[in-house]
Design a protein around this ligand. Sequence first.
Ligand SMILES: Cc1cc2nc3c(=O)[nH]c(=O)nc-3n(C[C@H](O)[C@H](O)[C@H](O)COP(=O)(O)O)c2cc1C
Length: 189
Amino acid sequence: MADNFLERKFEELESKKKIIVRRTGISLDSLLKENRSCRGFDNDVTITQDQLRRIIGTNMFIASGMNRQVLRFRPVTKSEDSDKVLEAIKIGGALPDLHLPQKGTEPKAFIIIMSTDGEDRMTDIDMGISLQTMGLKAVEMGLNVLIIGSVDRKRLKEELNLPLEPLMVMAVGKGIEKITSVQRKSLNG
Ligand SMILES: Cc1cc2nc3c(=O)[nH]c(=O)nc-3n(C[C@H](O)[C@H](O)[C@H](O)COP(=O)(O)O)c2cc1C
């Protein structure tokens, strides 16, 4: 979302500066594969505000439809607030027999995603890019996430006294689940 990205890029090329590509040793493929939805978290591992802010910070570098930059983020780590978030979301709604989250493995930290301009197609696309990017950052930090669209928005806004309507929630923590991937159908047309 850096406003003057093109301008800076142009200046870089103009001054014929060498562009140094920093390699972290973690491939995008491995981050993507590891970034699986997590619905059980290790409650002995406390997620800090600083960790959530580092994850939220990735939004400085993502695209934004018409460069409106409408997304806003609320990190939640205080236990009384986390409890309120838990009450307003549904985890594993498609897996009712599992009764998730299991007691003692609930997520305790969340990032609430809001918009300054309500919700429309562009905002939803922005949110998708944002959620995926934040998920990858969390995985890079050794953490796991769950994207949650099943949110009682009215309740969450009231309970946490949010300035804007919450649209999505991301749970963040250290996963306790052992996840294995199975081959999916081909993506080719
Ligand atoms: C837009 C969106 C909304 C989602 N909402 C929920 C949700 O409300 N509750 C939940 O348990 N999982 C939710 N998920 C997680 C999906 O169920 C999950 O991504 C899907 O089952 C594929 O699993 P994987 O992420 O491990 O590949 C959501 C995912 C996306 C992308």
